[in-house]
Write a protein that binds this ligand. Structure first.
Ligand SMILES: Cc1cc2nc3c(=O)[nH]c(=O)nc-3n(C[C@H](O)[C@H](O)[C@H](O)COP(=O)(O)O)c2cc1C
Length: 204
């Protein structure tokens, strides 16, 4: 039976959605893995989203409900930074997982994170670290990417998001920056690395 990886994200302006696509490419490159991208439900009304000039919702990515998580063998959660932690839309989704928590349905499943922030120093690492509480309460196994992507992670010659905690990108203060090649490569690598770990854990 295939190892099912769910890539579950929230994105207002599309940066996190772009990383999700790269992560899927990496996960799908592992034989016997089936990766699916899901959006969490939006909590803001259309009137507010249009004032924020939000990107159109990615209709090619289905909207997940909390109970769907139980079907996954591993889950990568992606979200933008809001004041140094995950966006409220993702937190609202986690808050809807109380039933799964009650039955321990997610306990033992591997999970990881990817993220976007406006700027360097804007809180990519605090965003990942503060999200770990969600996994801890569910008994999920945090699988960070570490330095498994190799020498490029140490390079200091260009601005780039991402860290041992997961893939990341900087949107820029006005949101106009797009994910760089290095950021996309880390995202693809994270998908591949995470899927490999999830596959091994499923086989145990
Ligand atoms: C209310 C709000 C709070 C934000 N807080 C931060 C922050 O603490 N640090 C930061 O670098 N960027 C911050 N940003 C910028 C977002 O993180 C950035 O727009 C987002 O990562 C882009 O991802 P997306 O295109 O997937 O929505 C904030 C944006 C908003 C709207």
């Amino acid at each position: 039976m295939a190892t099912k990886i769910y890539i579950v994200y929230y994105s207002t302006w599309g940066h996190v959605a772009t990383l999700a696509e790269e992560i899927k490419k990496g996960a799908d490159s592992i034989s016997g893995v089936e990766a699916t991208i899901w959006r969490v439900p939006e909590t803001l009304p259309e009137s507010v989203l249009s004032k924020m000039q939000a990107a159109p919702a990615r209709e090619d990515h289905g909207v997940i409900t909390a109970s769907d998580l139980a079907d996954a063998d591993g889950i990568l959660f992606g979200f933008p930074t809001r004041f140094g932690m995950m966006a409220a839309q993702m937190k609202a989704f986690f808050d809807a997982t109380g039933g799964l928590w009650h039955t321990g349905a997610l306990a033992g499943k591997p999970a990881g994170f990817f993220f976007a922030s406006g700027t360097q120093g804007g809180g990519q690492e605090t965003t990942a670290l503060t999200a770990v509480t969600q996994l801890a309460h569910h008994g999920m196994v945090f699988v960070p990417v570490g330095y498994t992507h190799g020498a490029g992670m140490f390079a200091m010659d260009e601005v780039k998001g991402g860290s041992p905690y997961g893939a990341g990108t900087f949107a820029g203060a006005d949101g106009s920056r797009v994910p760089s090649e290095a950021e996309l490569a880390l995202a693809e690598h994270q998908g591949k690395y995470f899927a490999g770990v999830a596959k091994k854990l499923k086989a145990v």
